[in-house]
Write a protein that binds this ligand. Structure first.
Ligand SMILES: *Cc1c(COP(=O)(O)O)cnc(C)c1O
Length: 429
């Protein structure tokens, strides 16, 4: 079947009239290469079909939620079974307690759990719990790290006031001196250090945490009576069957979870240690759908899959196969890739491509051949992918390198340049 986008273009025209900007947030394809589809019709296993029926091997996995692939029967059946008994009732069902028991058994530092809908709910709640626990205001967090889209943390400043951003001091990820300087600047007012489990910022090389940095963050919190928060919303259960910082031997006081924890069903969580229990019990946090039972049933089944399958080892093996295969293919055509981050959460960019023209051209060629990559956001694997999917990806990648080479010198990506100017004309807070 040849690749077409007529249905997608028609849907975009309709959306333009009734959805501001045609689409918003991370789901807008405005900043992606030209042929990226905006609308999708279905997903199954590792595959995604767009509105025109083109199939893609999906390396975005719903931007994280699809850990075992789309439409995993056992997980979706747990959801449907619970739906048939009642989902959003006047109060929670037994499954909420079962899920809190399962999470506290699974995650070493956790003695309690609270559930919500989005990662932003969990990170905002973590901030409130830390401030209530310490009776202090200042949050220290890494420059460029994403923690959600509430006014205190959304990446752009439109619609946000200086007051919304008050009481925050920034450090550079993995830079112990800058972390120490930020903590010193907080003086006697430190409530928490927020840490991403890995550096998974957009547009830049990814980094695992150094042991020195993670350990120092723990020590500084202990010295100041502050709480250490690991924001595992994106990386949670993708690097370990525990909090991601278990890999560097550091236990946080609070950790935030979302995305993959119910394989695509809407639920997120704040987990905490004994120390923070009292503070968590009294902050007023809630939401109409936070107690819905069906996503909890799906999460419980997802945790069972996390415990009982080799998904983690599968995803790592697939990630390694893709990384080495891509390096080899790039080399054959005279290109060099920057493949950074853990193999399971790769970010792939080109060397000598400051304006991203190569990356955009190459990703666009991949899309037209059935592979959904991202030019500047980390990607994901689902355990539904097979070696054959990786090998197909490598064939398509090879062909796309060939086209890139034949294309010769490229113009800078106009839409990125425009976005860059627009972002820098926004008043920083
Ligand atoms: C996605 C994400 C969030 C926000 O989660 P939402 O469900 O989109 O609100 C917070 N932190 C990290 C690290 C994320 O990747």
């Amino acid at each position: 079947m040849t690749w077409t986008n007529t249905s997608d273009r028609a849907l975009r025209a309709r959306a333009e009239a009734v959805i501001p900007g045609g689409m918003y947030g991370h789901q807008s394809v405005m900043l992606l290469p030209d042929d990226y589809p905006q609308f999708f019709s279905r997903g199954s296993g590792p595959y995604l079909w767009d509105a025109d029926g083109n199939r893609y091997i999906d390396y975005l996995c719903g931007y994280g939620p699809s850990l075992f692939g789309y439409g995993v029967e056992a997980i979706d059946q747990a959801y449907v079974r619970r739906m048939s008994q009642g989902d959003t009732l006047t109060g929670p069902a037994e499954v909420m307690v079962e899920l809190a028991e399962a999470f506290t058994a699974q995650v070493t530092h956790a003695d309690w759990a609270m559930f919500c809908k989005n990662g932003t709910d969990a990170t905002t709640m973590a901030l409130m719990v830390a401030r209530n626990h310490t009776q202090k205001k200042t949050i220290v967090r890494a420059r460029g790290a994403y923690h959600g889209a509430a006014p205190w943390c959304t990446p752009l400043s439109l619609g946000v006031t200086t007051e919304d951003r008050a009481n925050q001091i920034f450090y550079d990820y993995n830079d112990v001196e800058s972390l120490e300087a930020a903590v010193a600047a907080a003086g006697s007012d430190l409530a928490a250090i927020f840490a991403s489990p890995i550096k998974h910022d957009t547009f830049v090389d990814q980094e695992r945490p150094t042991t020195a940095y993670a350990t120092r963050a723990r020590e500084l919190c202990d010295e100041h009576g502050a709480l250490l928060i690991v924001d595992d919303v994106r990386a949670g259960f993708r690097l370990a069957r525990d909090c991601s910082w278990s890999l560097v031997g550091v236990q946080p006081d609070l950790s935030t979870w979302g995305k993959a924890i119910a394989n695509g069903h809407p639920i997120s969580a704040l987990l905490g240690s004994e120390k923070a229990r009292g503070a968590a019990a009294f902050v007023y946090v809630t939401g109409s759908y936070w107690f819905s039972a069906a996503p909890m049933a799906a999460a419980l089944e997802t945790l069972k899959h996390i415990r009982e399958t080799d998904y983690l080892e599968t995803n790592l093996a697939l990630g390694k196969r893709l990384r080495s295969g891509l390096d080899e293919a790039a080399g054959r055509h005279g290109f060099a890739l920057r493949q950074t981050g853990p193999e399971e959460l790769p970010l792939i960019m080109f060397e000598e491509d400051a304006d991203m023209a190569k990356g955009y051209f190459w990703c666009n060629a991949l899309i037209r051949r059935g592979v959904y990559f991202h030019p500047w956001h980390n990607m994901f694997f689902s355990a539904a992918m097979t070696e054959a999917d990786i090998d197909f990806t490598l064939e398509v990648a090879d062909e796309s390198f060939k086209l890139l080479k034949a294309a010769g010198p490229l113009e800078p990506v106009a839409k990125l340049q425009m976005a860059h100017h627009a972002i820098h004309s926004i008043q920083p807070l």
